[in-house]
Design a protein around this ligand. Structure first.
Ligand code: SAM
Length: 282
């Protein structure tokens, strides 16, 4: 019998997701986490941090389209963008597709993630060395405390609140983030699973509510993250994510997307009732 190799990600409800792999391309232990890149049989190359799936080539477009294009098509003139985390490069890649963005600063704590993705996953990392990307290897928490720059859009593309990502789900971080946001700025953050991580999600929304004028949750579907349905938070100083969205800008941009479009933009903010009930009373 032919033997096969699988990796398995276990969920809190005693279920798991399994992926058959062909071979391991990279395996290392950084100061912050275990970093692995594997060639899967059905999902292309996959990045794992501490054994948790970060991206796969097959469906990364869904996450990266939705973290980047939703705020970038709401803000009327985003020029200076900050990404916290995002070491695979997929978010920065989507940000600089907007020609009006003059600079995308990306602050990723773990050089090993960036190096491994540059070597093995060019699909996501191909623009990390580009002119308009200012890649900083450092702690995003320290960066937002110290920077004097103002950003129009900030994208928190982080892992779960474990290890160095724990403060990225805290009040102090978001207060600092607000200080380096322009007067009409938008912050979008990885908002976890509405099925599996409702406590983390509620905690994040509570913190954002205390710091920003208005906070929204939006969802998208993907293939790899547990439960398929995943979320982002949208915190804003000025613009409403749907009322201030002009769908014509998407058409006029001429950009082609595999997930995002002008219909999905507004639909993403229409939450299923079980999520609305989870968030009641916040
Ligand atoms: N899309 C992915 C997901 O939701 O699973 C996240 C992708 S990206 C690989 C997340 C990155 O955040 C990791 O590479 C991790 O090293 C980085 N990160 C964690 N804590 C950080 C911090 N304090 N400052 C900067 N980057 C951080």
């Amino acid at each position: 019998m032919k033997s096969s190799l699988w990796i398995e990600e276990f969920q809190s409800d005693h279920s798991s997701y399994k992926f058959e792999i062909e071979k391991t391309l990279f395996s290392g232990q950084s100061e912050f986490q275990a970093v692995d890149v594997v060639q899967t049989k059905g999902h292309g190359k996959m990045l794992l941090n501490d054994g948790l799936i970060m991206v796969t080539e097959r469906d990364e477009f869904a996450y990266h389209d939705m973290i980047a294009h939703v705020p970038l098509f709401v803000h009327p003139n985003p020029k200076n963008v900050l990404v916290i985390g995002g070491g695979d490069g997929g978010t920065a890649r989507e940000v600089i597709r907007h020609p009006g963005v003059e600079k995308c600063t990306m602050v990723e704590i773990d050089k090993m993630v960036v190096d491994a993705c540059i070597e093995f996953i060019p699909q996501t990392s191909k623009d990390l060395t580009g002119d308009r990307v200012n890649l900083i290897i450092g702690d995003g928490v320290k960066f937002v405390k110290e920077t004097k720059e103002k950003f129009d859009v900030i994208l928190v593309d982080s892992t779960d609140p474990i290890g160095p990502a724990t403060p990225l789900f805290g009040t102090e971080f978001y207060e600092d983030l607000k200080n380096c946001l322009s007067d009409d700025g938008i912050v979008v953050s990885q908002g976890e699973s509405p099925w599996y991580q409702t406590d983390i999600q509620k905690g994040l929304i509570k913190i954002l509510d205390g710091v920003f004028n208005d906070v929204f949750l939006y969802t998208f579907s993907n293939l790899t993250y547990p439960g398929s349905l995943w979320s982002f938070t949208f915190a804003t100083k000025k613009y409403h994510p749907v009322k201030d969205f002009n769908p014509n800008r998407v058409t006029e941009s001429g950009l082609d997307f595999d997930y995002y479009n002008k219909g999905i933009h507004s639909a993403a903010f229409a939450l299923p009732s079980f999520i609305r009930k989870n968030l009641e009373g916040l």
